[in-house]
Design a binder for this molecule. Structure first.
Ligand code: COA
Ligand code: ZN
Length: 307
């Protein structure tokens, strides 16, 4: 078994659900998080501290964090993260005990305006002080570039725009950086090139990736990211997900598919795929539809962990 630590960051409760119109009751969200936590996954993103009028599905994020901060519900060995996009969100997250904050800036002017009503420059000018404040308070922080590989509204996003944001993060001393393929335009060579360029700039950067399956390239892009030196992978149960403010929201890489393929390659055999599959099944039953995940439909390959 390979020893490299590959981190799995389950974003189903946030990215997976944010685009769904049917509001999921808190009890259901808790049951799914409890299912995921049994798998041995490293980080679970419980929700986003955004304007509930903009994303009603995320309105109970504070309650979810409060639930898991009660001594009887505390989760050992799993970090709980929350997405924040402005100061008010950070204050909410601090108040309800979030341990890790994910915060991002879109490299696309159009997506940035639709998503946050800010230009990328304005968003960056707010995110960096927010990140520093959270780090100073002892929180884990991951910053991201959204729409890093292309945009449904604008098409190509020049590499220089992405790298300019990354350089600002690095010069502010923030090393945990995620590139998010919000529109699903990424292709594997581009993925290797962009992540490779960041590691050339700073070999101590800790890189994360976040891919959507708009053009079915999510897993191929994860493999390219792995080869380029990315160590943290964001994915969602059942392959649900999508940004409500992008042109064509499409699902995230499915967590079960990602874990199944990583385990076949010798990584993270400690993760319990069955609890991931059980949770994804429960999510599909709730929404009364077949979710995009492949292993969910086909079942895992017999004895796949022995390869
Ligand atoms: N949490 C709760 N409410 C918030 C908030 C937050 N983080 N930020 C702003 N608001 C509220 C304000 O209190 C104000 O409320 P009011 O109308 O009752 O007075 C209202 O939103 C407008 O505030 P403003 O400061 O002008 O912010 P905004 O409307 O420009 O909101 C965002 C900025 C980013 C919070 C908002 O655009 C948003 O929630 N976008 C959703 C982005 C998202 O989740 N995308 C998918 C994941 S990337
Ligand atoms: Zn996403």
């Amino acid at each position: 078994m390979k020893t490299d630590k590959i981190i799995i960051h389950e974003v189903g409760p946030r990215d997976g659900l944010q685009v769904e119109k049917t509001i999921v009751p808190l009890t259901e969200k808790i049951a799914w998080v409890d299912g995921i936590k049994k798998s041995g996954i490293d980080i679970i993103q419980l929700g986003s501290f955004v304007n509930p009028k903009a994303v009603p599905q995320m309105a109970d994020t504070d309650q979810l964090f409060i639930h898991y901060s009660q001594p009887e519900n505390k989760i050992d060995n799993v970090i709980l993260s929350g997405l924040v996009l402005n100061e008010k969100g950070l204050d909410r997250g601090m108040e309800c005990g979030a341990e890790m904050f994910c915060m991002g800036v879109s490299a696309s002017e159009t997506h940035s305006q639709k998503n946050t009503r800010m230009t990328p420059a304005e968003a960056l000018g707010r995110i960096i002080p927010m990140a520093k404040k959270a780090i100073a308070a002892g929180k884990k922080v991951q910053v991201s570039v959204q729409s890093a590989f292309g945009c449904g509204f604008e098409g190509v996003i020049p590499k220089e725009k992405v790298m300019a944001i990354v350089k600002e993060y690095l010069s502010a001393g923030i090393k945990n950086i995620s590139l998010a393929d919000t529109a699903g335009h990424a292709q594997p060579q581009q993925v290797e090139d962009l992540f490779g360029s960041i590691l050339e700039l700073d070999s101590s950067a800790k890189l994360a990736c976040h891919f959507h399956n708009t053009y079915s390239l999510g897993l191929a892009n994860c493999y390219a990211a792995l080869k380029a030196g990315v160590t943290s992978f964001e994915s969602a149960y059942g392959g649900l997900g999508g940004c409500p403010f992008t042109k064509l929201p499409a699902g995230n890489v499915s967590t079960e598919d990602l874990v199944h393929s990583l385990q076949r390659m010798g990584y993270r055999k400690d993760i319990n795929l069955d609890s991931l599959l059980d949770t994804a099944r429960a999510v599909g039953t709730f929404f009364e539809r077949e979710l995009p995940g492949s292993v969910l439909k086909s079942g895992s390959i017999v004895d796949f962990k022995k390869e």
